[in-house]
Ligand binder design. Structure first.
Ligand SMILES: [Zn+2]
Ligand SMILES: [Zn+2]
Length: 441
């Protein structure tokens, strides 16, 4: 099916649900920025007081050009620049969004136009949701899959959270700009896209173990796009048009899968916990971390390695998991409380899962299902390497100690069952943490 035909529609899916596609337009073409005024007329409710939200860098990339286009079209436009932090770009957290919303309230916009990638897109989506107005985005990099999702993933009080806001009405991207984005950003987008290989395995696992809702269409939504960037991953590194366009569209549609399903499950599983945990550790220690997608790419490798070791077990002896979280590790009381709540909710779900897989047949059935979904860590590593993405602890600027801490605490931060929990139940973790780092990270 031609995916673009789904934009702005709702359709009955073979999963039994009616899915709604809230984004009305995806423009990946030369002249995309110039088409902004027309898109605002068609899809932005003919807004009269749009505000362009950017940071100092993305303003230079195409914010100024967007402003000029709108002025020439007779649309009164205001610019709001999100300030940098000392020595670093802005982040998406409660401390940043509050003054942004206050500033926007003063302008009373009827539409936000985000000009940027991960942080600016998320801040704009969040602010637009608080103001009760639509937003659209002019993308500046193929760096993550959040353009089309309704989710915002900010840090609030030091904790990585996820909540549902509203998806943009349109996503615009100028190929020249996306191709010329910093290479590490494009490599990050590659990592965020291939995460789907492993999050899909987690999803199938939960469907099998707990009868969780599963949508085959959403799970395979980018199957036709994948050859564009997975057959020759070096085309990503070499910025070839077709590969970068394939990657951008795959990011768009994997993000859309989350919107269609209403949760992050199609594109976020155990591999994402690795990145979220690294972010939280950095936050607690007042340090910086690498780009989401670069960490997620490494998390994807870790997830594949965990599945490989789990699937090699013929008849595992299930181990008791730790009774409580490692409160001393998380230190801040707010973070401890939030993590403990998630872990408590998950622990309650483990007993029926263990009962289900304790039967020999059930274990073999599960292994067969998972083996058909997961990628080998060898394949994931080769993809990352060829695309020029991060493949090691050193590449993401981490010490071995920090990565080991993340591996040993990542199962605590979300109630959702993932490969990481299965690794704890089967005794692969914590026992093989060092060995996994040595072999794969
Ligand atoms: Zn469906
Ligand atoms: Zn992601």
């Amino acid at each position: 099916m031609e995916l673009s035909r789904l934009l702005g529609t709702s359709f009955a899916c073979k999963c039994g649900r009616v899915h709604q596609v809230p984004v009305r337009k995806l423009v990946y073409a030369p002249g995309a920025v110039e088409s902004l005024s027309e898109i605002i007329r068609q899809d932005g409710g003919d807004a009269q007081r749009p505000v362009l939200v950017a940071d100092i860098r993305t303003w230079g990339v195409c914010g100024r050009q967007a402003e000029k286009t709108l002025r020439e079209a007779g649309i009164g436009v205001t610019r709001v620049l999100v300030p940098d932090r000392p020595h670093a770009g802005p982040v998406c957290d409660d401390v940043t969004v509050q003054p942004l919303v206050r500033q926007l309230r003063g302008v009373q916009p009827d539409l936000l136009v985000a000009v940027g990638s991960g942080v600016i897109n998320d801040l704009s989506k969040w602010a637009a949701f608080q103001l009760g107005i639509p937003y659209m985005v002019v993308a500046t990099a193929a760096s993550m899959n959040g353009y089309s999702s309704a989710n915002v993933a900010p840090t609030v009080g030091g904790v990585k959270v996820l909540f549902e806001a509203r998806a943009p009405v349109a996503v615009l991207a100028e190929p020249r700009i996306i191709e010329q984005a910093p290479p590490e950003m494009t490599a990050a987008g590659f990592g965020d896209t291939i995460a789907k290989q492993q999050s899909g395995t987690d999803w199938v696992m939960n469907h099998f173990l707990s009868d969780e809702y599963y949508c085959p269409f959403c799970a395979g939504i980018v199957a036709d796009l994948e050859p564009l960037y997975l057959d020759h991953p070096e085309d990503i590194r070499d910025r070839r048009h077709e590969a970068i366009q394939g990657l951008f569209e795959a990011l768009f549609w994997t993000g859309m899968a989350m919107t269609l399903v209403g949760t992050s499950v199609p594109a976020s599983g155990g591999e994402h916990l690795f990145s979220h945990t690294l972010d939280m550790i950095a936050e607690v220690r007042g340090e910086t971390h690498d780009l989401h997608g670069r960490q997620v790419g490494l998390g994807t490798l870790l997830s594949a390695a965990l599945f490989q070791r789990i699937l090699a077990l013929d008849s595992p002896a299930f181990c008791p998991v730790p009774v409580a979280i490692d409160a001393g590790f998380w230190s801040s009381p707010a973070v401890v409380a939030a993590v403990a709540e998630q872990y408590g909710a998950k622990k309650a779900r483990l007993e029926p899962i263990v009962r289900k897989i304790s039967g020999h047949d059930a274990w073999d059935q599960l292994r067969t299902r998972l083996a058909a979904e997961t990628q080998s860590p060898e394949t994931i590593r080769a993809w990352l390497q060829r695309a020029g993405a991060a493949v090691s602890v050193a590449d993401i600027g981490c010490s071995r100690e920090r990565v080991k801490s993340a591996i040993l605490h990542m199962h605590e931060i979300r109630k959702r069952f993932t490969v990481v929990d299965l690794a704890w139940l089967t005794g692969i973790l914590p026992a093989q943490a060092d060995d996994l780092i040595d072999e794969w990270l």
